[in-house]
Ligand binder design. Structure first.
Ligand code: AP5
Length: 216
């Protein structure tokens, strides 16, 4: 099962990826988490990526494409993977296609901008695992700490209101065209499912709809 999750920042890609990754026993490949790990390690890639991420801009395509191509050749991806946050531009989608990587499903999680701002301002993250919570909609069992490790949760640097607005503008300009891109691909290729989900429903309902569409 090779899946792409598509949606605006804060649409719930990471939240659903955690569930789907467990359900299908395939790794979640989050380019955002990979870049944040590189920043935490202080690598050259991390230093370069941080400038773009703090500004709400996309990291250059060549950097990301190289990272993802390398990641999906690793042994844990042999039965499939879940791409969370990639591709994010038409150039990235073209690179994936040119690399001959077959995709079984593209899942679009559709959420309007006003809901996104509320979601991202209430998001809390466990940095080591990428596990995501929301102070109202998906609270941790104990205030301020991760359910599994008990370690502190943080608010991401790019979840400030002015950066959220920039990320949304970048999404509409550079990533939203992928909706039509993959709808067209699915029309031409019966092996590819295009699944559109209303992401304003509860987390459980979104999970159920995705699962029904994937397994139906
Ligand atoms: P990345 O980390 O990928 O961020 P993003 O796409 O902006 O997505 P988010 O992680 O913010 O949101 P999400 O959709 O995963 O939502 P979540 O499940 O957390 O990228 C960060 C940066 O890295 C980019 O800006 C860019 O600079 C760079 N980058 C990454 N990939 C790149 C690429 N391919 N090319 C170039 N640059 C790249 O949910 C959000 C909140 O809502 C949570 O609190 C959650 O609990 C809550 N929630 C989720 N679902 C629901 C629901 N149904 N109801 C109520 N609350 C919900």
């Amino acid at each position: 099962m090779r899946i792409i999750l598509l949606g605006a920042p804060g649409a719930g890609k990471g939240t659903q990826a955690q569930f789907l990754s467990k359900h299908f026993n395939i790794p979640q490949i989050s380019t955002g988490d990979m870049l944040r790990a590189a920043i935490a390690e202080g690598t050259e890639l991390g230093k370069k990526a941080k400038e773009y991420m703090d500004a709400g801009q996309l990291v250059p395509d060549d950097v990301i494409v190289g990272l993802v191509k390398e990641r999906i050749t690793q042994p844990d991806c042999k039965n499939g993977f879940l791409l969370d946050g990639f591709p994010r531009t038409v150039a990235q989608a073209d690179a994936l296609k040119a690399a001959g990587v077959p995709i079984d499903a593209v899942i679009e999680i559709d959420v309007p901008d006003d809901v996104i701002v509320e979601r991202l301002s209430g998001r809390r993250v466990h940095p080591a695992s990428g596990r995501t919570y929301h102070i109202v909609y998906n609270p941790p069992r104990q205030d301020g700490v991760d359910d599994i490790t008990g370690e502190p949760l943080i608010q991401r640097d790019d979840d400030k209101p002015e950066t959220i607005r920039k990320r949304l503008a970048v999404y509409h300009e550079q990533t939203a065209p992928l909706v039509d891109y993959y709808r067209r691909e699915a029309e031409q290729n019966p092996a590819l499912k295009y699944i559109h989900v209303d992401g304003t429903q509860t987390i459980d309902k979104v999970e159920q709809e995705i699962l029904a569409a994937l397994e139906g």
